[in-house]
Write a protein that binds this ligand. Structure first.
Ligand SMILES: [Fe+2]
Ligand SMILES: [Fe+2]
Length: 274
């Protein structure tokens, strides 16, 4: 694993960085989540690190890489999100509420719960990892390359560090039925919680865009939204079943075509080769 610096200059972007505005807004909503979620996961991993024995050297090192990568993701998304939030009142207040949720989880829930939540998100990222590299060409082709580069870089590194939280969770809590129960609880809780915020962000963005549209234009916008969501959830249930299995291991996940090549690039924002 390594940390790749992403050239996060989004000054040329607008919230409608794809000519399919509904696609851009649904993924703007998705981008608003990691800016709160990833710093939370780093805090959870730092707490876990303190409990791991010193002899688990490899795991300590992997946690450091994980945190370095997630910090860089968060930095890029925070810059990207500045473009998105402009002109959409309500986003800032919802971001504050989302941040407060994570502060509350850290304060009131056990480390086991918080790690299970974090692992839930890491496992769920398998779906967009495959989608972004295999199923989104119709959307990427009408999108600004800078936004495409950010999403692909982020999800490629999600694939690269896919084992870390899983390993830490099992190192601390074992692999028995109780550990399985908590992992599944964290998975469903994180899916519900993150989707709740992602949908709420999308509602704010799309509702504002749709103000004053004619009936025909509104129907066309809703049809495009529906199509983006259908493609985004292609294979979603299959993934959920795979992740739910007591035999699930992120070690067995296969990379989609093109992902490993992207990980060879040092600065995916400019395309500089390693
Ligand atoms: Fe990330
Ligand atoms: Fe991650």
């Amino acid at each position: 694993m390594k940390v790749r610096k992403f050239d996060a200059d989004f000054s040329s972007l607008t919230p409608h960085w794809s000519s399919n505005h509904e696609f851009a807004q649904l993924y703007n909503a998705a981008s608003l989540c990691p800016a709160q979620l990833e710093p939370y996961m780093c805090k959870v991993l730092l707490k876990a690190k303190k409990l791991l024995p010193a002899r688990a050297e490899a795991l300590h090192r992997e946690i450091d890489w994980f945190i370095a990568q997630e910090t860089e993701h968060c930095r890029a998304h925070a810059l990207f999100n500045r473009i998105i939030a402009t002109g959409y009142p309500g986003i800032k207040a919802l971001e504050r509420q989302y941040f407060a949720d994570y502060s509350r989880l850290l304060k009131t829930k056990s480390l086991r719960f918080n790690l299970a939540y974090s692992e839930g998100f890491e496992a769920l990222s398998a779906l967009p990892v495959d989608l972004y590299f295999q199923d989104f060409d119709e959307f990427w082709s009408e999108s600004d390359p800078k936004a495409v580069a950010m999403w692909k870089w982020h999800l490629a590194e999600e694939y690269e560090h896919r084992n870390v939280v899983f390993e830490v969770y099992h190192a601390l809590y074992g692999a028995g039925p109780v550990a399985y129960f908590w992992r599944i609880y964290g998975l469903f809780y994180s899916a519900w919680h993150i989707m709740r915020y992602s949908n709420a962000f999308a509602d704010i963005l799309l509702s504002k865009d749709r103000e004053g549209l004619s009936r025909e234009a509104l129907a066309a916008s809703k049809a495009r939204e529906k199509h983006v969501k259908q493609v985004s959830w292609r294979g979603g249930w299959r993934y959920m079943l795979r992740i739910d299995s007591p035999f699930y291991s992120p070690h067995n996940r296969k990379p989609p075509v093109g992902l490993l090549e992207l990980l060879e690039i040092d600065n995916p924002g400019t395309g500089a080769a390693a």
